[in-house]
Design a protein around this ligand. Structure first.
Ligand SMILES: [Fe+2]
Length: 274
């Protein structure tokens, strides 16, 4: 896995990111096999090309807006149904220190199944905000092709009070990826077949400075936070370790040192009910 070093050392940040991603992208099917969203499913398997969120890495690159953006899109994460293959796009928005950012505006617009943009209305246009865990999910259709371009989705991403990142997302294994001069492999989504359509994953990294290591206070979490249990921040858990939290038993899926915010079942990559 890309973020594990050869020594097997996994940083807290890496575990958090893996936990977030796995929880979002593989809640059931890959239970017990934590993985980054970007490592899953993509048949091209070229992981190095997707933006990563390690210290020092570049944020998600911008791309041209194009001629079809319209302001004032409706607030919605699910586009109206229409002809075409159903598509979900999900992932997280991180800052430069790989911490998720909540309240990030994502404004998506795309062509319909025939490659046409709705320039009179707002079909296949919509904006949403990341949740408290920095996640987003768009439900739409696979956009159609139009002359001169490969298959793509437009998006504007803006953390609260920060500049807007305008960019585009791409699909792997598209013949036109090789001839579209705007296409950039760093903006490839991981896409796989899912139930009833296609499931894409992409994590954005915004140029937002963050405190890279908020210091947890184990005493406040372990002793005073309801609902409590045997789980405790600051504890080094090994895979297979068992804890209780909120009256429910959990099994540790991968070794980590617990911090506040990683309580089960918040991080499905770390804990499963058992
Ligand atoms: Fe476009």
């Amino acid at each position: 896995m890309e973020n594990e070093t050869s020594t097997g050392h996994v940083t807290r940040k890496t575990v958090l990111k893996a936990a977030l991603a796995a929880g979002m992208a593989a809640p059931v099917a890959l239970m017990g096999v934590p993985a980054l969203a970007r490592t899953m499913g993509g048949s091209e398997g070229d992981l190095a090309l997707t933006p990563t969120c390690d210290d020092g890495d570049d944020p998600t690159i911008p791309q041209m807006e194009g001629p079809y953006f319209k302001p004032n899109s409706p607030l919605r994460s699910s586009m109206p149904d229409g002809p075409g293959t159903r598509l979900t796009v999900s992932g997280y928005v991180f800052g430069r220190s790989c911490l998720p950012i909540s309240g990030v505006l994502l404004d998506f617009w795309q062509a319909d199944n025939n490659g046409a943009y709705d320039n009179t209305g707002f079909k296949f246009r919509g904006h949403q905000f990341t949740g408290a865990d920095g996640s987003y999910k768009l439900t739409a259709i696979v956009p159609g092709l139009y002359p001169g371009r490969t298959r793509h989705i437009h998006v504007k991403v803006q953390a609260p009070g920060r500049p807007i990142l305008t960019t585009q997302l791409y699909f792997p294994n598209e013949p036109r990826n090789n001839t579209d001069t705007i296409y950039d492999p760093r903006l490839l989504m991981n896409v796989r077949d899912g139930s009833g359509g296609r499931e894409a994953a992409f994590d954005f990294v915004l140029d937002v400075k963050q405190n890279p290591s908020p210091t947890p206070t184990p005493t406040s979490t372990a002793t005073s936070n309801p609902p409590g249990g045997t789980w405790a921040a600051g504890t080094a858990y090994t895979a297979g370790a068992r804890v209780t939290y909120g009256g429910v038993g959990y099994v540790c899926l991968q070794a980590h040192t617990a911090i506040a915010g990683w309580e089960p079942p918040n991080v499905p990559a770390l804990w499963r009910v058992g």
